[in-house]
Design a protein around this ligand. Sequence first.
Ligand SMILES: [Zn+2]
Length: 442
Amino acid sequence: MFVRKILASLPCLMTLVSTLILAQENRVALVGGLLIDGSGEEPLRNSIVLINNDRIEAVGTIGRLAIPENYQLVSTEGMTVLPGLWDPHVHLLYNGHPDFGHWFNNYSDQFADITIPASARQFLMAGVTSVRDLAVNTDDIATVRSRIESGEIPGPTIYAAGSALVPTDAPQSRPHILPVRDVQTAIEETNKLIAAGMDIIKILGATPASQETVNAIVETAHAAGVRVTAHGREDEEIRIALRAGVDEIQHIGVSTPTYPADLLDMVEDRVANGVPLYWNPTIGMILNTDELAADPEWLDDPKNFVGLPPEMEMNIRQAIASAEFAVQPPAASDTIKRKLQSLSERGVIFTFGSDEGTFGHPASEATWRELETWVFELGMDPLLALKWATADSAAYMGVLDEVGTISPGKLADVIAVKGSPLRHFSTLREPAMVFKNGQRVK
Ligand SMILES: [Zn+2]
């Protein structure tokens, strides 16, 4: 009798158990929008993207892909669905204050608790689901990264260089910059960064006298299978970096109109030897200055200050209000185009990145603005620009099989924007939806 009673109540019990499990499950069908999957393929109209927990389960179109019963339907009609954006050149510790000295003097003890988490949150709300930070206190970024990974605070997936290595015997002046005075220190500090889980090594401020130190950093990192990226606004910095065999160079400097012939020969030789040379131009900061000067109102947007305490917000606002906008010479655009062309002709591979964090480039704005600069100032195909800031960035970081396109089996880092970025790039400015690892965060 008792056994029969249990058996009779079993289906009911099973329903209860499966309902409880389902409540924890996350199954979402994004239905109707234009899909740009990040691969560079033509967009898909009337798309369906099925998200099952943290993964993309299936991609198809209305009428062809069946939506299982237990999926929550989310309409993306009138929207474009695309992979979460990447920004592989950011500085999370800054929040747009125009005076670096002031920022470090007053807020260095708040980077881990306040400023880095604020930038991380702003990035996520802006649809940027993966970033690479190039110069930040190693302990601070490691702390914030693990808080994000555990789900304690919101933010993108973070790849980081930790503190930038500066080949100099001057004492340490700022926490995100680590002086390396000789070859021995270079080896030790590089190994420490790698042991701390940093993903890439960043070199800043190389001088001809420091060539051996730079060589030692690169050799040590490469022996551990870690790439090295070097700051390269000046020609001499670039020569040192190329001699040492760095993987990637940062920025396009505009203080000289062209790269000298010997430097371009070095680039050509390097690529001809079969060792890829990557270059991270970060041109938006230079080419958007005139617009900032003409109409700085967007800097007042409250979303640029999300996550910051009122005192810090007021401090940034006041500093911006009294800051001088350094207007770029009209030749800057031509110089950048000329230099990009000369590098491109020699087989350099460009990596995307905005140099977020500095004045005029808050986390909530920097990424789409950089991309827009490439599309509208330099005429880059919008579809390729989006591939560059998604699949190509993931490929460069070695994780394209896990993320970077909207494809079955990959982590569901997905955003939806109103309208089409193929026609109006500013549609990327404020995504209507953001999914990080399948969880809807906006
Ligand atoms: Zn930078």
